[in-house]
Design a binder for this molecule. Structure first.
Ligand code: HEC
Ligand code: HEC
Ligand code: HEC
Ligand code: HEC
Ligand code: HEC
Ligand code: HEC
Ligand code: HEC
Ligand code: HEC
Length: 242
């Protein structure tokens, strides 16, 4: 056997020996009792102190706030998201006071404008939106519905509005393409606006014989783009023809 192979075999033997020894001496005692885990981890975790009380617990003493919150737009944001873990507070409330995030910097953690947030999530520009005053002077944190219905679609669809403002469709109102019931601004997930469904809708301005101003570019509605709907190729909020 060549010398190199012999050295290699020794290296392997030491390595495998090492693994076997490590398995024997280093594995925690209960490893493997319930599959590829340390079974005693369950006990360790059970011993950790419980810190969150859950929102049901709050209603016992803060009935009024809990019932307002239950029907408000913040219903999906649990009490302890804003007030912190509260088991100690529920046991002796006067000794363990909870903080309340009253400062203006807090709310933009969720509501500051960020293009990666889902469309329709209410977002504001913290610099421009009613500056200087704390958010809670106008929005009740437990029922944050704005004091009056937002006028502009951009209050909730900022990304689309900003995109459209720079496009060839800048001068079209959102409502020219989306018939929008007023209730959409109050219960946006339940009451939806309409969306254009057909090629003929866009043809209403862009077909050769459409009754629209002269500057509107025309296409042959029969042939242009085949049988596909227009927004397969043109994003309607930025319809550049490239
Ligand atoms: C056993 C009754 C009880 C329960 C349960 C309870 N609280 Fe309280 N909470 C109180 C009392 C009493 C006060 C007033 C304490 C004081 O001002 O000394 C208070 C005050 C507060 C405050 C006021 C802090 C401030 O700055 O004014 C907040 C916030 C609060 N509770 C949140 C919660 C939340 C969240 C829960 C549920 C996890 C909860 N509480 C559960 C009795 C309770
Ligand atoms: C979005 C964050 C947020 C959520 C969610 C929230 N709170 Fe508050 N809470 C606040 C802020 C901010 C204040 C301070 C309001 C003020 O000073 O006007 C406050 C104040 C309070 C107070 C003391 C002042 C008062 O109005 O009596 C209590 C009690 C309280 N919250 C309980 C709750 C309970 C119970 C829940 C869940 C049902 C809850 N909060 C959910 C942010 C929140
Ligand atoms: C001076 C009162 C005032 C203050 C302060 C204020 N807002 Fe508003 N907010 C409003 C009004 C009024 C609207 C309704 C839309 C509009 O007219 O701009 C609104 C709309 C919103 C919206 C859009 C909600 C929707 O459904 O359209 C969000 C989100 C919002 N505010 C969050 C905040 C946050 C976060 C702060 C603190 C950084 C804050 N607001 C401070 C008055 C205020
Ligand atoms: C943990 C994230 C989170 C925090 C912190 C938070 N919010 Fe919200 N907020 C939400 C969610 C979720 C909604 C509901 C969005 C929906 O229904 O699509 C919402 C809705 C709103 C709305 C829209 C209500 C409407 O009817 O249009 C306003 C205004 C608002 N929050 C203000 C605030 C204010 C003021 C604070 C600070 C006290 C705050 N939020 C803190 C998550 C948060
Ligand atoms: C209070 C916040 C709010 C305001 C103001 C608002 N929307 Fe919406 N909009 C939403 C939410 C939330 C959704 C649902 C997003 C989702 O579920 O993906 C939505 C969805 C939509 C959709 C998609 C509907 C669908 O079925 O896919 C259209 C189109 C739309 N909005 C148009 C508008 C127009 C146009 C305006 C202004 C006239 C407007 N919205 C004002 C919150 C708002
Ligand atoms: C030229 C017509 C037109 C205008 C103007 C227009 N939209 Fe649309 N919008 C559409 C079409 C078409 C769709 C469907 C696209 C699809 O299904 O892929 C759509 C889809 C949407 C959606 C669904 C989600 C998405 O991103 O596709 C929302 C929300 C929306 N529009 C909001 C708005 C708002 C807010 C404005 C005004 C700032 C606006 N639209 C202006 C034609 C238009
Ligand atoms: C298969 C992809 C596709 C579809 C579907 C499509 N288009 Fe186009 N469109 C293009 C391309 C590529 C261009 C740029 C080259 C050209 O002028 O043919 C364009 C150009 C245009 C122009 C500019 C013409 C000019 O003279 O400046 C308009 C307006 C237009 N399309 C509207 C529409 C409308 C309305 C629909 C639906 C009825 C539609 N498009 C469907 C791909 C498409
Ligand atoms: C109410 C009339 C109207 C409707 C409806 C309409 N558009 Fe337009 N469109 C215009 C106007 C006005 C222009 C640009 C005029 C200019 O740039 O001077 C334009 C421009 C365009 C362009 C050319 C962009 C370029 O690069 O030159 C395309 C592509 C386009 N629209 C696609 C669509 C699609 C797709 C729809 C349907 C979702 C649609 N339009 C619905 C009025 C309309």
């Amino acid at each position: 056997m060549p010398q190199q192979l012999k050295s290699l075999l020794v290296v392997f033997a030491v390595f495998i020996g090492g693994l076997v020894a490590a398995r024997h001496f280093l594995l925690p005692p209960t490893f493997g009792e319930r599959g590829h885990y340390r079974a005693a981890a369950v006990v360790t975790i059970e011993r950790l102190p419980v810190r969150y009380a859950g929102r049901e617990a709050c209603g016992v003493c803060h009935d009024e706030i809990a019932s307002v919150h239950r029907n408000a737009r913040h219903q999906t944001v649990a009490c302890e998201v804003c007030h912190g873990p509260a088991v100690a507070h529920t046991e002796s409330p006067t000794e363990n006071k909870l903080p309340a995030p009253r400062e203006r910097g807090y709310c933009p953690l969720c509501h500051g404008y960020d293009p990666s947030r889902p469309t329709g999530f209410p977002q504001i520009d913290p610099v421009a939106h009613n500056p200087l005053k704390p958010c809670i002077t106008c929005h009740n944190p437990h029922q944050p519905e704005p004091p009056h219905v937002p006028g502009e679609c951009s209050a909730c669809h900022g990304e689309i509005a900003r995109t459209k403002a720079l496009s060839h469709h800048a001068l079209l109102d959102c409502t020219q393409c989306h018939k929008t019931p007023l209730q959409h601004k109050i219960k946006p997930r339940e009451v939806r606006p309409e969306k254009p469904l057909t090629r003929e809708f866009c043809g209403g301005c862009h077909a050769q014989n459409a009754r629209a101003p002269k500057n509107v570019p025309r296409i042959n509605l029969e042939t242009h783009g085949g049988r596909y709907v227009c927004w397969q190729c043109h994003y309607p909020h930025l319809p550049e023809a490239r």
